[in-house]
Write a protein that binds this ligand. Structure first.
Ligand code: FES
Length: 164
C-alpha cells in the first residue's frame, strides 16, 4: 500500500534500517521509497540525503539515470501501450500516438488531472491479441484508434471523450 509522504517521513528511517548504511545501498533504498510512497518526492529525497549524509544532488544524479524512478505522484490509472514487435507491426505506434493526443501527454507523463499515467512498454505477453493496450493490468485486445475513447471512458467516467 502506498503511504502518503507528509504522513510519514519517519518511514524513510524505517527503510534505511532495512539496508546497510552505505552508498551502494542507494538504489535499493530508492526502490523501497518509491514502492512505499509511489514516487520520489523532493521531501523524501531531502530526508534521505540528511539521513545518509550525501547530497540531494547526488541522489538526484543517481535516480534520474534510471527510468524506473518517478519524481511526481503516479496517476490513478496506468495505461501501457505495447510497442513490442507484434504490436508494432499491427499499428502499436499509431495507438500510442492516439493515446498521447487524446490525453494531451507523451509516454512517460501523467495527465494534469492525475487520472492517467501513460507508458510505452515492450511485449506484454499476449501477442496474438495485438495491438494491445493494458490499463491497470487489464488487457484491451486488437486496439484501434476508434476503440480508445470507450476504453478511456471506462476509467475516467467522461463519456464525452469520444468527441475529443
Ligand atoms: S508485442 Fe505486444 S503483446 Fe507481444
Amino acid at each position: 500500500m502506498i503511504r502518503k509522504v507528509e504522513e510519514s517521513l519517519s518511514g524513510i528511517q524505517d527503510i534505511l534500517e532495512r539496508h546497510p548504511a552505505k552508498r551502494g545501498s542507494l538504489i535499493p533504498v530508492l526502490q523501497d521509497v518509491q514502492e512505499d510512497f509511489g514516487y520520489l518526492s523532493e521531501e523524501a529525497i531531502e530526508e534521505l540525503a540528511r539521513l545518509m549524509g550525501i547530497s540531494a544532488n547526488e541522489i538526484y544524479g543517481v535516480a534520474t539515470f534510471y527510468t524506473q524512478f518517478r519524481f511526481s505522484p503516479p496517476g490513478r490509472h496506468t495505461i501501457q501501450s505495447c510497442q513490442g514487435t507484434a504490436c508494432h507491426v499491427r499499428g502499436g505506434r499509431m495507438i500510442l500516438n492516439e493515446l498521447e493526443q487524446r490525453l494531451g501527454i507523451t509516454a512517460g507523463q501523467t495527465t494534469a488531472d492525475g487520472q492517467f499515467d501513460l507508458e510505452r512498454v515492450a511485449c506484454l505477453g499476449c501477442c496474438a491479441l495485438a495491438p494491445v493496450v493494458a490499463v491497470d493490468g487489464k488487457v484491451h485486445a486488437q486496439m484501434t484508434a476508434k476503440k480508445i475513447p470507450s476504453v478511456l471512458s471506462q476509467y475516467d467516467g467522461k463519456e464525452g471523450m469520444e468527441n475529443a
